[in-house]
Design a protein around this ligand. Sequence first.
Ligand code: FCX
Length: 432
Amino acid sequence: IKYRFFQKASKCSKEFQRIKNEHADKVIAEVTLGQVLTGMKGIPLLVTDTSKLDPNEGIRFKGYSIPELREKLPKISSTGEPLPEGLFYLMLIGEIPTHEDVMNLSKDFATRAHVPQHVFDVIDAMPMNSRPMTQFSAAILAMATESIFQKAYRAGVNKKYYWDSTYEDVMNLIARLPRVAAYIYRRNFYNNEQIEPNPRLDWAGNLAHMMGFDSEDIRRLFRLYMVIHADHEGGNVSAHTAHLVGSALSNPYYAYSAAMTGLAGPLHGFANQDVIHWISQMIEDLDTDKPTDEQVATYCKKTLEEGRVIPGYGHAVLRKTDPRFTAQQDFAEKYIKDDAMIDIVNQLYKIVPPILSNVGKIKNPWPNVDAFSGSLLYHYGIEEYTFYTVLFGVSRALGVLASFVNDRVYGMPIERPTSHPLEWFRDKVEGK
Ligand code: FCX
């Protein structure tokens, strides 16, 4: 896979250099003050090859939609969900892999999965009330001792070979994340009774196993979960953070640890856990897990009146129902019968969009990926929702770190946009 990546990547790298050399002074967009003051939305500023987000159609990975991936990527059984290793291959190499390619990649991850003891020691040294995402980010940072890029850099490697040691770091880090995540889960919720990895299992199946879940049903869910959360183009907080930190030639462990502190924010990946927290509070307040539509609507309006967001709804780019939501809804319809939490999630899908539309300022009243994911995990017995964002973080590594290696192949420079005091922007538009 490394050789195939190099062959593909060196062609792309030449194209990158050619475009840069021939067209660097061409104007590609105009920037409005509104864009600057609302989070730089819509400004084409980043080169990301792994996936592209369309506001109406949702995410496509190297051109493939989620339904297409669920059909085309290799699976362990014909009725199951695709293996996330296949999606990583697609994002890295640009082609749908064969079953053999995916199995080889799965084995490659298994051989790289050893986590050094000091990483567990760092986790164990943290108080039990530190959030799972704090532990996850700290553990990844602690693993930077293993960075091959850092050693190569110190040894004076030529910059044209940065991609090589970065590739090794990225593969090792992805391979190790399930073990780190499962360790945090068992430490927090199962009295630190740890379960050893099973190297014969696939990447996602092994994560479920180390967390203590061995049924084929849950492995299927984990494979779907890891595929749909893997990437969302380059401008979201976690992906952009990794790219930005990496632009200083920080190693992938530093960059991904930083990315995880961004994912932990309530407007981003924290929504993955916050949805179940919010629904649980609603169930508690209303004293029923079968609320009427009217009760749900009143609860939603109360949340808005309190100046809070309804988690799992809205998006900075999407303007329709997230296809990642639809994929999970489809999964639930197929495999799950009679589940109170999932019933509420479906009920919210009917009730929330018109309420958010009525607010007026909310650009997207539709559900995002986080509106559904927690209810599926909950159904299969992973009720500790404070952990969910860690699972999101394991998955997101696939896309973000594939892009990270691409950045090194392209020889991406340090990122350094310009800033001005507010008066500068005021004077610019008011013509002073
Ligand atoms: N509930 C209440 N208010 C909402 C809202 C929601 N679900 N979604 C947007 N709004 C509000 C914003 O807070 C903003 O209010 P303000 O003008 O008073 O600051 C206004 O509507 C306009 O926001 P908008 O332009 O539509 O959306 P943004 O790009 O600013 O924000 C997010 C996008 C996703 C942050 C926003 O919709 C939100 O907070 N949603 C709830 C949290 C969530 O689900 N996050 C996960 C997103 C994603 F899928 C992921 O990263 O995992």
